[in-house]
Design a protein around this ligand. Structure first.
Ligand code: ADP
Ligand code: MG
Length: 266
């Protein structure tokens, strides 16, 4: 049974919404003995509906590992990963894949588009795998491509698109359908600043509409779109900014660029 958005009772009688993503003590060790690498070391992270958390940290600090665990693409050596209250390690591979396809939108650092499918077919694929009729999936795919500015490239194959166009297509694929959790690994890496900001506006819109998101980025300008930023170093969380900084202007002026933020911690 999926817990869905069901609330858990709070001592004062109110309902507390289950976090969309709840990571407790997540550790991921690769290899063993002298070749052992601790990619992630006891990380706790909670992300609620309507919340976008940015993850920053040097190369090799465990950012992609954290996203892979959150998306059920990798399994922790120790610790717990819950998505909408569902413990991922308690699910078999098939159930986990199904949950991922339905609830999780993932933007891979290297796009991961299927080379033999057009942009529209790539975006429609997760919907069709989930049983949405082809025609409706196709329409939703075009709408998603439109929303990230590449609707006119729907019939192109990945190799016929620039890196930036492929990246936008990958964002469209992550956003299509009713995704509750959006995980994005440097989704602006191949984009110029204006297009990157455009992508963040689309992502932020989906978060404000009730999804939860985790954004890995090297760039504080993109982290500024998040409600808070956490910092990873050597697989450990080393700090975070306060919550909901600058959130007022984000919500009172629809479409406005994010306000300036204080510098992230080192
Ligand atoms: P980031 O995304 O922050 O650059 P990663 O999560 O990719 O970092 O990697 C964290 C650490 O784990 C790095 O030291 C990396 O070399 C190591 N690592 C990641 N995947 C593997 C793997 N499959 N086998 C061995 N080591 C790995
Ligand atoms: Mg990475």
């Amino acid at each position: 049974m999926m817990a869905g958005g069901a609330g858990v009772p709070h001592p004062d009688g109110s309902e507390v919404e289950t976090p969309v993503l709840e990571i407790v003590g997540a550790t991921r060790v690769h290899g063993q003995g002298p070749t052992e690498v601790v990619a992630l070391d006891g990380v706790d992270l909670e992300v609620r509906a309507g919340e976008l958390v940015a993850v920053m940290g040097p190369s090799g600090s465990g950012k992609s590992t954290l996203l892979n665990l959150a998306g059920g693409l990798d399994t922790p050596t120790a610790g717990s990963i819950r998505v909408v209250g569902e413990e991922l390690s308690g699910l078999g591979a098939t159930a986990r894949a199904r949950l991922r396809r339905r609830l999780v939108g993932y933007v891979f650092q290297d796009f991961n588009l299927v080379p033999s499918l057009t942009a529209a077919e790539n975006v429609a694929l997760p919907l069709e795998l989930d049983g949405v009729p082809a025609r409706r999936a196709g329409e939703q795919a075009i709408a998603a491509l439109d929303s990230v500015g590449v609707g006119d490239l729907a019939d192109r194959f990945p190799e016929e698109m620039s890196g930036g166009q492929q990246q936008r297509t990958a964002v469209a694929r992550a956003l299509v359908g009713p995704r509750r959790l959006l995980l994005a690994d440097e989704p602006t890496g191949a984009l110029d600043t204006a297009t990157g900001e455009e992508m963040m506006l689309v992502l932020r819109g989906r978060i404000d509409a009730g999804s939860a998101g985790v954004l890995v980025t090297h760039d504080a300008r993109y982290a500024a779109w998040a409600d808070r930023t956490v910092f990873l170093r050597d697989g450990r969380l080393t700090g975070s900014t306060g919550t909901r900084m600058g959130v007022e202007s984000l919500f009172t002026t629809p479409g406005a660029p994010p306000p300036p933020r204080s510098e992230p911690e080192p």
